[in-house]
Design a protein around this ligand. Sequence first.
Ligand SMILES: O=C(O)CCC(=O)C(=O)O
Length: 363
Amino acid sequence: MGVTNANEQKALDKAQEVRQFEDSKLGVKGLLDSGLTSLPPLFIHPPNVLSSLKPVGAKPKSIPTVDLSGLDSDRRPSVVEEVASAAREFGFFQIVNHSVPTEVLDQTIAALKAFHEQPTEAKARIYRRESETGVAFFSNVDLLHSKAASWRDTLIIRSGPKLADLEEIPEVCRNEVIEWNQQVQRLGGLLLGLLSEGLGLGASTLQNLTCLEKRNIAGHYYPSCPQPDLTIGLTSHTDPSVITVLLQDQIGGLQVKHGDEWVDVTPIPGALIVNIGDLLQIMSNDEYKSVDHRVLANASREPRMSVAVFYYPSDCESLFGPFPELVSPEKPAVYRQFKVGDFLKTFFTNELDEKSLKNYFRA
Ligand SMILES: O=C(O)CCC(=O)C(=O)O
């Protein structure tokens, strides 16, 4: 067999393996429960990815933590400055005193974990990649486009502008998702206000552009991985959103790129993580940064759980681009204008690690 034929055969085998995994509707958790002790080839990442997972040097660095208490007092300007500076330098920060009760954080994690830990048949009923009803369970958002799969399953629930059909939200987490949605709607409004002010704009600027309205909740489940050095939990990517709010449990594994280094986002009990998405980097004309982040495969015996909320504009028809207030002869627009609908279509038809979406829309 010639080299080309051998490569073609390899690609065909891989496509078949992906198809079988997808059709099985097992997800990664189902594979593990079936007694698997080593990784199927589909999950093994290429050497260049695997070598980048190893820690270099021993410089512990961390992303900033911002205390949100006293926002209605004269502390507000300094909180705005802390948020804006974290958004400019790291694109990621943790928040404490955000007023989401600890019990709600714990119940949200527990309920979404309970969804993933149901018998496979219960989850297989909603295994799909698209759904009018706004609820879907799948393994790897980019499974059908990626070079290698990651060790993670996801339940995604549309939570705005209209919450998914209630009877479609799995009962095991329904009440908690409804509560979480209310909390993140309030919190999202507050964060968009601080981030708008940090750009020197009115507090309601991002909200007036509908940036709070379209939301998805993603409950990611990272089962214990039998060979964590050969795969990854979530490949490096930037989020296409305006902002993302992330709740993680205490297992760890999320890393953020800062310069040339990967920085661990160490879990802080009671904290939430906020990151800038591509849309906000574009609107801020590169003032704020949407940075690469990834999750290592889970080497712990316990599963890892995280819940991400992505905020997008609900207005898919108007043109978006850098705020005119942030464009000047000294700082021309870095991006062209586009419709959010076209922007998101680009995201969902590509592999995760090839799509810092902002690059598609540079001026
Ligand atoms: O699970 C995590 O910690 C990160 C999730 C994430 O980056 C995403 O959903 O885009």
